[in-house]
Design a protein around this ligand. Sequence first.
Ligand code: FEO
Ligand code: CA
Ligand code: CA
Ligand code: CA
Length: 670
Amino acid sequence: TTTVRVSPAVLGFSAVAHSLADVVVVPEGYSVTVMGRLGDPIVAGTAAYKNDGSDADFDKRIGDHGDALHFFGLSAANKPDRNISTRGLMVQNHENISEQYLHPNGPTPAPRPLAEAIKEIECHGVSVTEYIDNGSRKWSLVQGGALNRRITPNTPMAFSGPAAGSPFLVTAYGKDGKIGRGTINNCANGVTGWNTYLTCEENYAGYFRRDASDDAARTVAEIDSLKRNGITSRSGNNDWSTASATDDRITRWNATIKGATAADDFRYEPNQFGWVVEIDPYDPKSTPRKRTALGRFGHEGAFVRAVAGQKPAFYMGDDSRGEYLYKFVSAATWVEADADAADRLAIGDKYMDTGTLYVARFNADGTGTWMPLVYSPTFPKRAASGSYREYTFTSQADICVNTRFAADALGATPMDRPEWTAGNPATGEIYLTLTNSNNSFRPVTGTNAANPRSYNDPKGPSNSAQTGNPNGHIVRLREDGDTTSATTFKWDIYLFGADATDANPTNVNISGLTTANDFSSPDGAWFSRASNPAGQINPLLWIETDDGALTDRTNCMLLAAIPGHVGDGGAYTVNNAGNTQNTFVGAKATAANLRRFLVGPSQCEITGIDSTPDGRTLFVGIQHPGESGSVTAPGSNWPDTQSNASAAKTVRPRSSIVAITRNDGGVIGL
Ligand code: FEO
Ligand code: CA
Ligand code: CA
Ligand code: CA
């Protein structure tokens, strides 16, 4: 156990200005080291990455679009060590791909060559990679590390919890509904108190193809479920289903019903995704477990709070416009001895397979309610609305698979795209980034107290006007009684994203941002580790951004904040044109308590963050630099530009992790 002291009065670095340069910019006195990059080999005997589109074997290389990450300390005996800051396993999600840079001349149009599709599929998933500090925080990747591992969409998985073994999960591959293959579109993460990693399946829906003819073969409930979860594409991302009619690594991405006994009938394959997946990074032979008790939706992340005497809780956003915030509370109370158990996935069974899933309602008076998603014959039906028919639940497995419908039925509060959750280790307060929304989902007549803004941003993307909530905000909550199992809470809005030069600051720049700390579209959120060094670290909040309405003036960024507490601001009225919303806002941002720490290279997103336990190396993910460019005209040449400002304009960009260190060796941010 560690002591967490109160925060400092002022952040300890100079703010970084807006930047459109193709390089990672950090404050004076800090340095950037590029670590693992897309394609770097992690398995012994795999060739160096040529980065010309000819490389293959991505089941042995770092994948694309690195997203959330976590540093797991590694002892000399390759066992977990929470205190070591010089050797560790970096576990990172690989959310998606920049397809144009993965082949010699860009992707071949459909029908896709099988090898191209397999390469793209294997660029997704999770990597486990050993790193070592060779002295003075000079990090290097250990190719052939004993625990190095790629988990891809083809890696065998097991299902556990209420939906395991149910008809919803039966496929041609997993006929008992208890097994499946792989994980995809892994966005944010969670770290349990027992040395395992949670990877969260977000936008899985788009990879599936479903032909128009399929509707006639489906029940009404199935058609509505597919639509509510976004499985509506007729081609599937990247046209993978065109690459083979017989290889089931390909045919699985076409969910169209083929026939009950057909070898390529993957009608329920979409139900195999949208889960929180637990991985034991210290056992490369272990089979990851999909924890169905935590529900199925566009899982962004899963912040875990495990404290003595309480039941572990998992806070989870569903990132789509108008979706919800969820919490799962274990049935079992946390036992400290489980933190160091050898059979880590068995501990996961104990805390993650039995418990209660809740969805949040944010009331207009600053209170909130966690509503249980627990099946009984009287659980409300999901009423018909729009093109949806009435939906009747039949079991807890049904609620776990069709979680969005169940949350609809209880009247949960629709939010402006719930992204990461992060808990303040000193107070237990939970922060939720709400990245943005648009006018069709958040019209001026459709705001609520927790999502109070809908306005005309005169300088939206590319300086064209954008309506809705284009800059997003951050909500935070404090559980009543400060217990993880509370069913009520208090909330306020910690911070509103804004353009500091916006012409309408009264109702838009509510937090009082300046050009030294303005931001748009918050996404990643993370508190400094509580344990570094020897309990001295203060829990700074770090905020990462994903595109948004400022990208014509600055690339995406990382900010550091000294957060206050729920209720330290007051009531505020947002006067949207023709609609007034009373809300609760945190204290104003100041130059002392919110500063821009880093700006990334061209066309990147900043996502993924952790540090060593001593707080002296900060690891940050630079995702998809140059994502809008082409193979002949790359949109970025980073990371080559980091050390060579005159890098060739033709060199292909690569998602990479950077290590940020202080030149004096001090703790980052203080
Ligand atoms: Fe993958 Fe919601 O960001
Ligand atoms: Ca995200
Ligand atoms: Ca995002
Ligand atoms: Ca992205």
